[in-house]
Design a protein around this ligand. Structure first.
Ligand SMILES: [Zn+2]
Length: 385
């Protein structure tokens, strides 16, 4: 092991009991943070890195992406910007392109997307299948995603493919398709929405996930009010994602549960949906995560800094709340915030996932939106960028 001390940190976001420290230092040893405190008290280490008064914060935890796809949908985007309404059906275009891509093509597309995310400060990614919708392509997507490690989610229940009866397709997803992807995935997800899967079908999908030992995630309440949040809380899902259309009962349910409300601001902009009631969720005591939802239809970005800026500028979160939600919030949504090597914070024992901003404080993430502020990134103690 070789310890590195980061000296002269202008602002250190720990996401722990120490809160935000000024004039701070941090020591990592191997893949862990082993010490944080005042710069004047910093212990000696094998090597030293002078941060020059800049801000240091945990790497982004992007708890919702769909990176296993080929092709783009810029034509659909342009039509939407010209006034067409988003529906769940556009997913089928990506399915055609993803099925047609070779394994090597898909692997290199994913690798490049992850590299871009890493350079922009993301040190942990969840990614989903869901552009295969047949056993062969879903299995391939899950297997390739697992090569990149971290969290892989089975989203065979993304939309009902053309030519299928919905209930027959649910039987395929919960049967042979689930069996094929099972070695590669930790999570089961379903798009519980008009035009995708109704409550009974979503429940069947999620129950099959539970029965095979998977954790649960839900796409819910994106395009209108619906049963997604209620179902997610009832079945103990780790997260329900989108949450644009919530009633007071949904907010109370989330606040009283351990299900995280994962909000996807870049997607809301790209679909011109009303933003979710982020302020009400936090004020009620719900746990909120922010994620990119990187996908070719409705959110073609892995920039978590953009999501943080949007959450502040449009959804009325404070910068500190938005940064917490994009780091520790994502870790909670993936149940990675505790245990053997937790992520999402910079405290002794946590994985050394951190980024240095070319700015004195995280406020600059919203104050100077769209600027490339992430200057250097360490993932599990290894410098990435
Ligand atoms: Zn999604």
């Amino acid at each position: 092991m070789s310890a590195t001390v980061f000296r002269n940190i202008g602002e250190l976001t720990t996401n722990g009991d120490l809160g935000v420290l000024h004039d701070a230092a941090l020591v990592l040893d191997g893949q862990r943070v082993v010490w944080v405190g005042a710069d004047v008290d910093a212990p000696a280490a094998d090597s030293s890195f002078d941060v020059g008064g800049r801000a240091v914060l945990p790497g982004w935890v992007d708890s919702h992406t769909h990176l296993a796809f080929a092709g783009d949908r810029s034509t659909e985007f342009a039509a939407r910007m010209a006034g067409e309404t988003y529906t769940a059906g556009g997913i089928k275009v990506s399915v055609e392109r993803t099925r047609a891509a070779s394994g090597d093509e898909l692997r290199s597309l994913m690798a490049e997307r992850i590299r871009t995310a890493n350079v922009n400060g993301t040190t942990w990614l969840e990614t989903k299948t869901g552009y295969g919708l047949d056993v062969e392509t879903e299995e391939r997507s899950a297997r390739l995603a697992a090569e990149f490690g971290q969290d892989v989610t089975f989203l065979g229940a993304h939309v009902v493919p053309d030519g299928w009866d919905a209930d027959d397709y649910v039987a395929l997803v919960t049967g042979p398709m689930l069996q094929a992807v099972r070695p590669y995935v930790a999570w089961m997800d379903v798009f519980c929405e008009r035009g995708a899967f109704d409550e009974a079908q979503s429940r069947a999908v999620l129950q099959a996930g539970l029965d095979s030992g998977l954790g649960l995630r839900v796409h819910g309440n994106q395009l209108g009010p619906g049963p997604g949040v209620r179902l997610a809380v009832e079945l103990g899902a780790a997260s329900v994602d989108h949450c644009n259309f919530l009633d007071n009962e949904d907010i109370d349910r989330l606040a009283a549960s351990s299900t995280v409300a994962t909000l996807l601001p870049a997607c809301d902009l790209s679909t011109r949906q009303p933003f979710p009631p982020a302020r009400s969720l936090i004020d009620a005591g719900a746990t909120v995560a922010l994620a990119s939802n990187c996908n070719p239809g409705t959110s073609y970005t892995t920039s978590m800094a953009f999501c943080v800026a949007t959450a502040v500028l449009q959804m009325h979160l404070s910068v500190e709340e938005a940064v917490w939600s994009a780091t520790m919030g994502g870790a909670v949504a993936l149940r990675r915030h505790e245990g053997e090597l937790p992520i999402g914070g910079l405290m002794p024992g946590f994985r050394a996932d951190l980024q240095v901003l070319d700015a004195p404080s995280v406020t600059h993430l919203a104050y100077r939106p769209g600027m490339q502020l992430t200057q250097a990134v360490w993932q599990a103690g290894v410098r990435l960028a």
